[in-house]
Design a protein around this ligand. Structure first.
Ligand code: ATP
Ligand code: MG
Length: 399
């Protein structure tokens, strides 16, 4: 069968042809092929070849070392884009539920496709758009089914992350996990304890951003797979996972995670502990905490609006509230949105004799608060006068 290649693929055809001119095989592979068949937009195009990493480097000046290189992946910069090009590979034995002990390279495309997780992820396409589907992926795609390549129990025992990947694809594509695959996932779930948190985080974030996270979360809860998610024991009432998230997903992690922890009723110190279990970036963690704190306020004053700052868009997209339009308008109308917009500088304060140190900080915070609450005009002369008053008051208190 032939498929119509989209522009992302067309741009990379010369790369495939370059490998072929040097006597190698080369195909498009992985998620990009699945998504073009589903008419879903995006996405990074991945390439597979029988050229080994050092052979690729010999024929592409722009081939770069890459963390995945010992598994055969090289990053090639070509016609303005980076491409991950991976050597056809057979995985050796899996003894630790997550990594093959060895990988060996092969000259056979089908071998490479057989090590891939699901039938819908095991397609290859050549430069003419000819599709190679050795495991019935097209049929599963048509029937909206997630099914492992080969026996599910074996494949999940090799790498338990695949269990979560099944739920992630089920949520992203709104597909059903085939029954045998689902039962094997439930059976092998203990092995998820061996999987690195970072890998779980990446799959779970994609699950949350999918078309139907509710379905996946419910199934995972019923099968006890949620017990293997970091920090799950901190969620008092996991039935919150039955919340219907459908139709409001975003591609922004901070929004999806805020919604998830909000409906899981995680607040305050517990939320802090929970997010730490996930080893996410500090930036993301801070955005989530700021958003949950903001959403927890019944009455929002201008200081709250200033504190959340531009993250207000995240908070209000995560959980809808009846006053959200009013809050957006009030935020827009704040006199200042950044401290730097205050019409007074540290230099001005020094000029009127205020020494740097804790008093300095206190005075600035007081000025900021009064300007935000519109108790003071944001004008230099007004602020300097207020600073002088503050300084003498603080000085009096100190005495
Ligand atoms: P996405 O759209 O999120 O990038 P993807 O299908 O490209 O989805 P990736 O995680 O980028 O998923 O992996 C690329 C391909 O590598 C997959 O389509 C699959 O063929 C294979 N693959 C990835 N992870 C595994 C795994 N744990 N076990 C087996 N095959 C895997
Ligand atoms: Mg991918």
């Amino acid at each position: 069968m032939k498929i119509a290649l989209t522009n992302e693929f067309k741009q990379a055809i010369p790369l495939l042809l370059h490998l072929k001119e040097h006597g190698f095989q080369a195909y498009f592979v992985g998620g990009s092929v699945r998504d073009v068949l589903l008419h879903r937009s995006k996405h990074d195009v991945d390439i597979t070849t029988d050229a080994k990493p050092n052979e690729m480097k010999a024929i592409f000046k722009t081939a770069n070392h890459y963390s995945g290189e010992k598994h055969g992946t090289v990053l090639i910069f070509f016609a303005g884009s980076n491409y991950e090009v991976t050597t056809f590979r057979i995985d050796g034995q899996y003894l630790d539920n997550r990594h093959p002990e060895t990988v060996s390279f092969t000259k056979n495309l089908q071998d490479d496709l057989s090590r891939r997780d699901f039938t819908i992820n095991a397609f290859a396409v050549n430069e003419e758009g000819e599709l190679f589907d050795y495991f019935g992926g097209l049929n599963d795609l048509k029937n909206h089914i997630i099914k492992t390549v080969g026996q599910a129990e074996t494949r999940f025992s090799e790498d338990a992350l695949r269990i979560l990947r099944a739920f992630r694809f089920s949520s992203q594509l709104n597909f059903e996990i085939e029954e045998k695959t689902l039962l094997a996932g439930a059976k092998i779930k203990n092995n998820l304890a061996d999987i690195a948190v970072e890998r779980i985080f990446s799959e779970f974030s994609k699950l949350l951003s999918g078309d139907n996270p509710s379905k996946s979360l419910k199934q995972m809860l019923l099968l006890g797979i949620t017990d293997y998610l970091p920090g799950h024991q901190l969620i008092n009432d996991p039935s919150a996972l039955f919340t219907d998230f459908t139709g409001i997903q975003s591609t922004i992690d901070a929004i999806n995670w805020t919604r998830f922890v909000w409906f899981s009723h995680l607040r305050g110190e517990k939320l802090n502990q929970y997010l730490d279990c996930w080893k996410m970036s500090n930036h993301l963690k801070t955005q989530i905490i700021k958003s949950v704190n903001f959403l927890s306020k019944k009455a929002v004053d201008n200081l709250d609006l200033f504190t959340i700052g531009s993250d207000i868009a995240i908070a209000l997209s995560a959980v809808s509230r009846p006053d959200q339009n009013e809050l957006k308008q009030r935020y827009e109308k704040l006199v200042i949105h950044e401290v730097s917009e205050l019409q007074i500088t540290g230099f001005d304060l020094k000029k009127i004799g205020i020494p740097s140190g804790p008093i300095f900080g206190k005075i600035i915070r007081n000025l900021r608060k009064k300007v935000i609450l519109e108790q003071l005009a944001n004008q230099k002369t007004v602020l300097i006068q207020e600073a002088k008053n503050d300084f003498s008051n603080l000085g009096t208190i100190k005495k």
